[in-house]
Design a protein around this ligand. Structure first.
Ligand code: HEC
Ligand code: HEC
Length: 146
């Protein structure tokens, strides 16, 4: 029944956007997160990953994608609480048992970026984690093509 409903929705909205509100994902508003998580890259919106992903990331800051991003415990816990409470309830294509650590490796992300990203854009951005290089409005929550 649920499957059937999903199928009908998929047929009715074949190009249903990844984000609920088209190109918009609410940006980080929490001061400590905005401050501490934007030192090396933009502060990624909490709504892109499920709660368990944020817990895994925040529980291993000493080994953060090859960097040491440790924080004092009070700040770490405060940021984790913010990210967890604003996390995605579900992420399309990600099983409840999977704990992705990267937005840039989510199935929808790969699909959305595979064909659309030119070699020139990639050269400028260097990494798919560098959202701002291609989405000028990313820090305000806008991920339209620009
Ligand atoms: C000392 C630098 C540094 C700080 C501070 C830092 N990060 Fe990172 N982060 C990185 C690096 C390096 C990567 C990998 C970037 C790449 O692959 O190009 C990364 C990647 C990520 C990714 C995956 C991005 C993707 O590809 O989808 C997430 C999520 C993330 N960081 C969250 C956080 C959070 C939350 C905080 C704040 C608690 C934080 N980061 C603070 C250096 C940092
Ligand atoms: C090298 C350039 C590049 C980088 C880096 C990049 N994007 Fe994109 N992104 C694109 C292009 C091109 C599209 C497809 C055009 C479009 O739909 O806006 C796209 C599409 C999207 C969409 C779909 C928008 C829609 O219309 O539904 C989202 C969401 C998105 N990107 C988020 C991100 C996030 C989050 C990051 C960083 C973790 C990121 N992008 C990094 C180029 C990039």
């Amino acid at each position: 029944m649920i499957r059937r409903f999903t199928l009908i929705l998929a047929l009715a909205f074949p190009a249903a956007p990844v984000l609920a509100d088209d190109d918009y994902m609410p940006p980080v508003t929490h001061p400590a997160t905005a401050e501490e998580c934007s030192a090396c890259h933009m502060a990624y919106p909490a709504g892109f990953l499920p709660a368990r992903s944020w817990q895994a990331i925040m529980g291993n800051l000493e080994n953060h994608f090859g960097e040491d991003a440790r924080l004092d415990e009070a700040t770490r816990a405060e940021i984790e609480a913010y990210l967890v409470s604003n996390a995605a309830p579900r992420v399309r294509g990600v099983a409840e048992t999977a704990t992705p650590l990267r937005i840039s490796e989510l199935p929808w992300f790969k699909r959305e970026h595979e064909r659309e990203v030119s070699a020139r854009m990639m050269e400028r951005a260097k990494s798919m984690s560098n959202c701002v290089a291609c989405h000028k409005g990313a820090e305000r929550g806008y991920f339209e093509d620009d």
